[in-house]
Design a protein around this ligand. Structure first.
Ligand SMILES: [Zn+2]
Length: 130
């Protein structure tokens, strides 16, 4: 799957965001090692800590489908700023795919491709407890 196709899926997921409060709509598209694409959008709550990020929504759909290995993630919001996963999402993604490629997009679809190891250096994972 091309980067552009993955980003287009993430942008389509952004349109499904439930974001009535800060109105920050985010979409994610996660490519599983099984070749399947898992989409996610942010789901906000008036009680902010209950809010779910698009990346974790996509990850939850994948794991529920039996996929726990991933190749690439695209994440997109709106505006000119690069959309990068928050710290909580970085940690949960690391659990499944420490070598994940993350396409961090601006609202216009331009992007930077970063390794999860760049976004979460010296990440803590299962092997950290060996
Ligand atoms: Zn997040």
């Amino acid at each position: 799957m091309t980067d552009q196709a993955l980003i287009a899926q993430a942008a389509a997921m952004r349109d499904r965001a439930y974001a009535p409060y800060p109105r920050y709509r985010v979409g994610a598209a996660l490519l599983g090692s099984n070749g399947k694409l898992y989409g996610g959008c942010n789901i906000e709550s008036a009680a902010y800590p209950a809010t779910l990020c698009a990346e974790r929504t996509a990850l939850a759909c994948a794991v529920a489908d039996g996929c726990t290995s991933f190749e690439k993630l695209a994440v997109i919001a709106s505006g000119e700023a690069l959309c990068t996963p928050c710290g909580v999402c970085r940690q949960l993604l690391y659990e499944f795919a420490p070598a994940l490629q993350v396409l961090c997009c601006r609202g216009d679809g331009s992007y930077e491709s970063l390794g999860l190891h760049q976004l979460l250096p010296l990440g803590f994972g299962g092997s950290s407890m060996d």
